[in-house]
Design a protein around this ligand. Structure first.
Ligand code: PEP
Ligand code: MG
Length: 615
């Protein structure tokens, strides 16, 4: 975890008419949703209740069972409402989380022990409910750290909900939120995140969590600045509840009780950011073309089909990365072919002729499923993840390929394999695809036989031998998130080494350059194959500058990042970007490269990086 910094020392400040010691404190976490939020701190206390073990008289059994039944029914009703709300706002996939919760409450393997606790052991309804759910959470926890952490959170969330109904307490603390505030909590469960009132929650910060958790996905989808993994926030928060807090969703900084100067700095940054974004709106309809007339394709990254509307509204001209594993992760149940097809055909329809790159399921490592958790790996980042996992589960892989191919009959679809490490692996995946094509052909089902089949370049071996891969692949997309992790041996989800995670490291840049070169000159006929970048770097201005300078003409990023990237594109010339690459690669320290890139970016767009320039 990132160390707690009591950085700025103590200052005397006057707040609410009182002269008090007001030490400004800075904590650090992992930024998961950009922007600056400023507001009073609203602390959601830990809701874990301690339920004492008490027994009842035999004649009270019926009454206690009725309390359990009423609590389960009320919880299911509440969850159904949340599911409907989430479905309307975020789409079917996100809503499936609640279907999963509802399913658990209707499952006899969970409700059976609750009832038995009352009937056989004469326990109170609350103790029977609490102990049954605790046993289930412990079972998930025994599957290993990280692997089934989400499930443990889900069960704890569910336990608090049902207990609230058994005991009869009407509201959670989060529901008490009446005025706009920044919410701090130890954990943010999916159901809490989805029940946020966007007008009241200005930002949020959690003690636990990583970049790829549900929390970040919801925050980004709702456009709320958020920082997770903030070690120490809950210890700091109770004594300061009601104090002012700043959440910098770009840098991961949290500032409690900012002094006047810092507060003014962030207010200016937030205002600059607001004006910057307003100005960006004017660019939406304008082409993404550099000042010297070179077109740069801007595509969107999505986790759920519903995000396509936001990508198009932000000026994206297609989807460069659809992370289909979220079909799995939202429910932890393998999607059926019909569910796959429904998602992909919805995307094709929404895109109305624009390109859609569907990445096959990138499960494993930090993106676990329930089934995977039963066989925890010692080193999951180097384990059976992504395409390796799909190749070991042919039935599952083929189900997805069938659905993608069927969707390819409806509009322009490309297929992309993740984490390809060896040429044989890519050929094997292609072989599966051909097999599925034959099946569909035999069944008389329509599909695009010439569907482009490409790969992510996100492992050093793929970048180093990109020329070899370019003979088989129809296109490349550089995945800088994983490429940085594997090149620098830095776990992208580990806060302890987050400072070493640098997409502008010279070794990473050398691999990107090599990949672009191989794509430009490789391919079956030597005419080259298309190459794009869909890692987070593509949406970060200082890195986008480098990528364009190294020769990329296609970038894929999340919807909120696209307008600023377009602004960058329209403000620079190719020689300018090439010059930035030359200077950046001549520097011999990561810190110097980052600082140079930020300065170069601010020279081009002075208002850029507004919320981040607190350093
Ligand atoms: C990447 O690794 O850069 C990438 C885009 O894939 P993901 O973040 O889903 O691993
Ligand atoms: Mg990746």
């Amino acid at each position: 975890m990132i160390p707690l910094r009591l950085a700025f020392g103590c200052q005397r400040g006057v707040r609410r008419g009182l002269l008090r010691l007001s030490p400004m404190r800075e904590l650090r976490g992992i930024p998961v949703s950009p922007g600056v939020a400023i507001g009073p701190l609203f602390v959601v206390e830990d809701q874990k209740r301690r339920i004492a073990r008490r027994t009842i008289a035999p004649e009270a059994v019926a009454g206690e069972l009725a309390r359990i039944d009423r609590a389960l029914a009320a919880s299911i009703a509440e969850l159904s409402e949340l599911r409907t709300k989430t479905q309307a706002e975020l789409g079917d996939e996100a809503a499936k989380i609640f279907a999963f919760h509802i399913g658990m409450l209707a499952d006899r393997s969970l409700t059976g022990p609750m009832r038995a606790g009352v009937e056989k052991d004469l326990l109170t309804a609350e103790f029977a409910v609490a102990s049954s759910l605790e046993a289930l959470a412990a079972k998930f926890a025994s599957f290993g750290e990280g692997a089934f952490k989400t499930k443990v959170d889900d069960v704890n969330d569910l336990a608090q909900r049902v207990l609230r109904h058994v005991i009869g307490e009407p509201a959670t603390r989060l529901a008490d939120l009446r005025d706009p505030a920044v919410v701090a909590t130890r954990d943010l469960t999916p159901s809490q995140a989805a029940s946020f009132d966007r007008d009241r929650v200005r930002g949020f910060v959690t003690e636990t969590g990583g970049k790829t958790g549900h929390t970040g996905i919801f925050a980004r989808a709702m456009g709320i600045p958020a920082v997770v993994g903030v070690k120490g926030i809950m210890d700091a928060a109770p004594s300061t509840a009601g104090a002012m807090i700043v959440v910098d969703g770009d840098s991961g900084r949290i500032i409690i009780d900012p002094d006047a100067e810092t507060l003014a700095h962030y207010e200016r940054a937030r205002e600059r950011d607001r004006l910057f974004r307003l100005k960006l709106d004017d660019l939406r309809e304008l082409p993404s073309i550099t000042a010297d007339g070179v077109p740069i394709e801007l595509l969107g990254n999505i986790e759920f089909p519903r995000e396509i509307a936001a990508v198009l509204a932000a000026g994206g001209t297609g989807i460069g990365l659809y992370r289909t594993e979220y079909l799995f992760l939202a429910t932890d149940k393998e999607p059926t072919e019909a569910e796959h097809f429904a998602a992909y055909s919805a995307c094709v329809t929404a895109l109305a002729g624009r390109p859609l790159t569907i990445r096959t399921m990138d499960l494993g490592a930090d993106k676990y499923t329930q089934a995977r958790a039963e066989n925890p790996e010692r080193n999951p980042m180097l384990g059976c993840r992504s395409i390796r996992y799909c190749l070991q589960h042919p039935a599952m892989f083929k189900r997805q390929l069938r659905a993608i191919l069927r969707a390819s009959a409806l509009g322009p679809v490309k297929i992309m394999f993740p984490l390809v490490t060896t040429p044989e692996e890519f050929r094997r995946a292609r072989f599966f695809l051909r097999d599925v094509m034959e099946d569909l052909h035999d069944e008389g089902l329509a599909f695009d036989r010439n569907v482009p089949v490409g790969m992510m370049v996100e492992v050093p071996s793929a970048a180093l031998c990109a020329e070899m891969f370019a003979r088989d692949a129809d296109f490349f997309s550089i995945g800088t998130n994983d490429l940085v992790q594997y090149t620098l041996a830095v776990d992208r989800t580990n806060e302890l080494v987050a400072g070493m995670y640098n997409p502008a490291n010279p070794a990473v840049l050398a691999l990107i350059r090599q990949t672009i070169h191989a794509a430009e000159h490789g391919g079956q006929d030597g005419r080259g194959i298309p190459v794009s970048c869909c890692g987070e770097s593509a949406g970060e201005l200082e890195h986008a500058l480098l990528l364009i300078g190294m020769g990329l003409r296609s970038l894929s990023a999340s919807a909120p990042a696209l307008p600023a990237v377009k602004r960058l594109v329209r403000s620079v010339t190719i020689p300018q970007c090439e010059d930035v690459v030359k200077k950046a690669t001549a520097l011999d320290s990561d810190a110097a490269v980052i600082s140079y890139l930020r300065d170069a970016t601010r020279k081009i767009i002075p208002e850029a990086l507004g919320g981040r320039s607190a350093d």
